[in-house]
Design a protein around this ligand. Structure first.
Ligand code: HEM
Length: 530
């Protein structure tokens, strides 16, 4: 009996070796053990026969997979890494669950060097050469990791598309983020920033959770920008619990991205599908309201749905709704992380805060409006502080992997040959803290490194917005929003941590679920006389 089960399991292994589990190969995991059991016991199936056949079948199947992955015959055998990561993707699932994937990966790079095998068929590479050869224009397509982010009941959005469909959709996005479009969005950012300022002025105690208000600000801005209407979180709060939904969805998407083949089962878990359905509904509702209202400004919807009629074929409403929801989720969460980290670093470094305050007060000494972009080129130190916050706390700390296509030739990255099918991470968090590229003190917040030529500063290794054809399409919008919001907050208030707030513990609450979720940042905002 054991021999037959072993043979059946080995056959299944050989098929699964070349094909990820799918609708067809599901049979190997369910039907085959049942068949073997039926043949072996040639009589009515008993519970005992089912249990023993299935258990021995899966034992041999899992053992053969693990032994092959750890063997010298595996194409990634010569890359170092922890045994558990080489053996199973569950190691990656666990690290993601802890929220500290970025920290764990960095520890692995310190231990093993620039190349680490972080999964059975996954490498993490920390080398500036990988930025170009993996992410660059002649780099590689997005990995199977992204398949799990596909909503089976909605068209793919920009972040999931590949090749020509991606390039086509990206043209529409680019049109919505030209300097002229950014100029249109200035008024939106100014209106929402003024609402936050008014709220802080009215808060009698002055004690606030800065993270919450930054979240509301970026969410309302992205709503106005994408759909010509905000969600009024600043005025009404998060009535529908959208931030919680986004954060829960981010965690489940990050977990399942390690095993995209399991998405069909995972989606059936009510907690997971609930969040996905809520986000899809949110995108469609925004789309319907925007269509009913018509174009009042040239918002992102105007460009994504090609209201100007430039394209031969207009995208469908569902496609635009998917992209509109992506804009809100991708744009609000990342920018909020960046602004929150900026303020945490400023409050941790009073001398830097003081120097930045002097710059703000000097640049806007003539009572000019910090909510105009006219003086942004003069905010040299603020720019350096933002870059330094993005370097140490990149809002997308590990990013998604690219992949050497199946059936394609092996590729050379940073001098090493990488076989077909390998997923490659180029994690911004580790790259940004590599002493080869940022010295001295790569882990310290030193905005001056962006200004002094005597410091090691490899700008090609600075990739908070990723790099290449699928880099962040909204990076200029994010920069504009951060400069405007930080300037007006600093001009109007003096911030300090609330007494008793454990500021040191805050970075540990940054959880890397592809985007970063954040804990509360309790500060006191004392109005300044402007
Ligand atoms: C500080 C703020 C931001 C950071 C750090 C950031 C970072 C990133 C990164 C690292 C990627 C690449 C993801 C990948 O490779 O899978 C990305 C993609 C993207 N970002 Fe951002 N982002 C920010 C703000 C924004 C804003 C404001 C928008 C919306 C206007 C936006 C929209 C997008 C979109 C649509 C993509 C997908 C691009 C593509 O696949 O072609 N992001 N972002």
């Amino acid at each position: 009996m054991f021999l037959d089960t072993t043979l059946a399991a080995l056959c299944a292994y050989l098929v699964l070796h070349y094909h990820e589990p799918s609708g067809i190969t599901d049979g190997l995991l369910v039907i085959l053990p049942a068949l073997v059991g039926a043949i072996l016991f040639a009589g009515p199936l008993t519970l005992w026969s089912c249990v023993t056949t299935t258990a021995s079948y899966f034992f041999v199947l899992v053992l053969s997979v693990v032994l092959y992955r750890l063997s010298p015959f595996h194409p990634l055998a010569h890359f170092p890494g922890p045994v558990l990561n080489k053996a199973t993707k569950l190691a990656g699932v666990w690290t993601t669950w802890t929220g500290h994937q970025h920290l764990t990966n960095q520890e692995l790079h310190v231990k093993y060097g620039p190349f680490v095998r972080v999964g059975p068929n996954d490498l993490s590479i920390v080398d500036v050469d990988a930025v170009i050869s993996v992410l660059g224009p002649t780099g590689m397509p997005k990995g199977r990791y992204y398949n799990a982010r596909r909503d089976p009941n909605a068209p793919s959005n920009l972040i999931i598309l590949q090749g020509e469909p991606h390039a086509h959709r990206r043209r529409l996005w680019n049109r919505g983020l030209t300097p002229e479009s950014l100029h249109e969005y200035e008024a939106v950012i100014a209106k929402r920033a003024s609402q936050v300022i008014a709220h802080f002025q009215e808060t009698s105690s002055g004690d606030i959770d800065l993270v919450k208000w930054i979240n509301y600000f970026t969410f309302d801005v992205m709503g106005d920008m994408a759909f010509g209407r905000g969600f009024n979180m600043i005025l009404d709060g998060d009535k529908d619990g959208l931030w919680e939904t986004i954060e829960q969805w981010a965690l489940s998407a990050a977990l399942i991205s390690h095993m995209p083949w399991a998405i069909r089962w995972f989606e059936r878990i009510p907690l997971v599908s609930k969040n996905l359905i809520k986000l899809r509904k949110f995108g469609l509702e925004c789309a319907m309201q925007r269509m009913k209202a018509g174009a009042t400004t040239k918002d992102l919807w105007y460009h994504l749905s090609d209201e100007a009629g430039i394209e031969r074929e207009k995208p469908s409403v569902k496609e635009v709704a998917s992209d509109g929801a992506l804009a809100v989720i991708a744009g609000a969460d990342t920018t909020a992380s960046a602004v929150a980290s900026l303020f945490w670093f400023l409050l941790q470094n009073p001398n830097i805060y003081k120097q930045l305050q002097e710059e703000i007060d000097t640049v806007y000494a003539d009572h000019s409006d910090p909510l105009s972009t006219a003086k942004h080129s003069k905010l040299v130190y603020l720019n350096a502080c933002i870059n330094e916050a993005l370097r140490l706390h990149p809002p997308v700390p590990t990013n998604g992997p690219r992949q050497v296509p199946e059936g394609a030739k092996a590729r050379v990255v940073a001098g090493r040959v990488i076989p077909e099918g390998t997923q490659i991470y180029v994690p911004p968090y580790s790259l940004h803290r590599d002493p080869r590229y940022f010295s001295p003190s790569p882990n310290a917040f030193i905005p001056e490194r962006w200004l002094d030529s005597d410091k090691t500063m490899e700008s090609a290794a600075f990739i908070p917005f990723s790099f290449g054809p699928a880099n962040c399409v909204g990076r200029q919008m994010a920069k504009q929003e951060m400069l405007m919001f930080a300037s007006v907050l600093l001009q109007n208030f003096t911030f300090s941590f609330v007494d008793g707030f454990d500021a040191e513990a805050w970075p540990a609450q940054l959880h890397d679920y592809f985007v970063t979720t954040r804990g509360p940042l309790m500060v006191r905002a004392k109005p300044r006389s402007v």
